[in-house]
Design a protein. Structure first.
Length: 435
């Protein structure tokens, strides 16, 4: 995997400088890949694939923060974070679009690390030359979060519980401070400021990434002109908080978890695998699962589980196998910290949701999935109603009122329609960004 982090000079354009909630799943010819990230290119880097189509190339960059203060007041030393980018930064640095990633994703939003890579970044269908988020026009950048779940993936750079505490020389474990969506935003802000960027044409994110996009507009309204929130929410309500806790429980019940102090060579892999099974199922939809069941010839009265309580139905074994295949690159404690960050989310991170939403001056496009079982469409509908009310109030006071828009996704994948089916709204996204 490490060779994917190197772009040879053969594929780099002259004077080119490259910078920049969901799970890997494949069935027969369909691959639902864990989202990988793109490239910030000043002087775009492209290559030709075997079909003479342009391939957008990127590489992972490292950003270091010597001292970072979390939202809850703790200090972290030597924070290392990865980022990628695509497209050219214009002279006044006004064409920047930040992509904020989902729960099991990372900054690989589009493109490839090498022309021969099998998979492109997760939103490659809408990010690139001539696409909805046009890298001929925009400079697109994405950043790995703190406590990124794929802590052991060589293509991810993150700081979290599995990282070495510089004060002790040992992994942080549960001594790592609780982090929030605001902390993810502030790390991204540090990356941007190092590049001399002080304005965002748009922030666009799916699932946990949508929370970051909305938080950007509330926390730093002077920075953000437009927000696109895909399969998202503006706060974690009681239902969502409880649903997220189900992802944490299997890890805490695994005997190898050891209150978060597990050895790196003996992690709670079965608890993590079970958590990933829960995440995968709720991120999809019964229609999709039943299609898989038909492929596997699922029958309720299968012979093995009928005669052996320890035997599994083939559909549950299918899910387990796919979850287990990804668990080795992920970290159980990191998953717990991401769960808590999502559970703590409240737009504006202040006294109330209403106050947080009232700070938003950006135009907002909300894109839920009609059959989402994770962040159900009522989240987007409620946000749309409140944001429209706020915009009308501003218009009545003769203040500049933002535009608030709503467009639903359809498809068989439930929550994952926001990744796999996003291109159905390519025109809507492109028009919104050009307004």
């Amino acid at each position: 995997m490490s060779d994917k982090l190197r772009l040879t000079k053969t594929y780099l354009a002259r004077n080119c400088v490259t910078m920049v909630f969901i799970f890997a799943l494949s069935v027969s010819t369909l691959t639902i890949s864990s989202l990988i990230i793109g490239t910030l290119t000043i002087g775009a880097a492209h290559a030709q694939n075997n079909n003479d189509e342009q391939v957008l190339l990127t590489t992972k960059q490292r950003h270091v923060i010597d001292s970072f203060t979390t939202f809850n007041g703790h200090t972290l030393k030597q924070v290392n974070i990865g980022w990628e980018s695509y497209g050219n930064l214009n002279q006044d640095k006004s064409n920047v679009i930040l992509i904020t990633h989902y729960f099991t994703g990372n900054s690989h939003a589009a493109g490839k690390y090498h022309p021969d890579d099998k998979a492109s970044g997760y939103w490659d269908s809408i990010i690139g030359p001539g696409k909805a988020i046009d890298t001929n026009t925009y400079f697109v950048i994405s950043v790995d979060t703190l406590a990124n779940i794929s802590a052991h993936d060589p293509n991810v750079i993150t700081t979290g519980p599995a990282s070495i505490n510089p004060d002790t020389g040992k992994p942080y474990g549960l001594s790592f401070p609780v982090v929030t969506i605001r902390d993810f935003v502030n790390v991204q802000k540090s990356v941007l400021e190092e590049l001399g960027i002080t304005k965002l044409h748009a922030v666009v994110g799916a699932s946990m990434g949508s929370m970051q996009a909305i938080e950007w507009a509330s926390a730093y309204p002077e920075w953000v002109d437009n927000v696109i929130s895909v399969i998202g929410s503006v706060h974690s309500d009681a239902w969502t908080t409880t649903a997220l806790e189900q992802w944490a429980i299997p890890i805490k019940l695994d005997p190898l978890w050891q209150q978060g102090q597990y050895a790196q060579d003996a992690p709670p892999i079965e608890g993590l695998t079970a958590a990933l099974m829960f995440i995968t199922q709720i991120a999809l939809h019964p229609d999709y699962f039943n299609q898989v069941g038909q492929t596997l010839d699922h029958q309720a009265l299968q012979h093995a589980p009928l005669h052996d309580i320890l035997a599994d139905h083939n559909i549950t074994q299918w899910l387990y196998t796919r979850a287990k295949s990804r668990a080795s690159l992920m970290d159980a404690n990191h998953l717990l910290y991401l769960v808590r960050a999502c559970q703590l989310f409240l737009t504006g991170q202040g006294a109330s949701l209403e106050a947080g939403l009232a700070k938003i001056n950006a135009n907002v496009l909300l894109i839920p999935a009609d059959n989402d079982l994770l962040l159900m469409p009522y989240h987007a509908r409620n946000a749309y109603t409140q944001l429209r009310t706020n915009a009308a109030t501003k218009a009545a006071s003769k203040a500049s009122a933002p535009k608030i828009a709503y467009a639903s996704l359809q498809g068989p994948y439930g929550h994952l329609n926001g990744v796999l089916g996003i291109s159905q709204h390519s025109t809507i996204i492109a028009d919104f960004l050009q307004q």
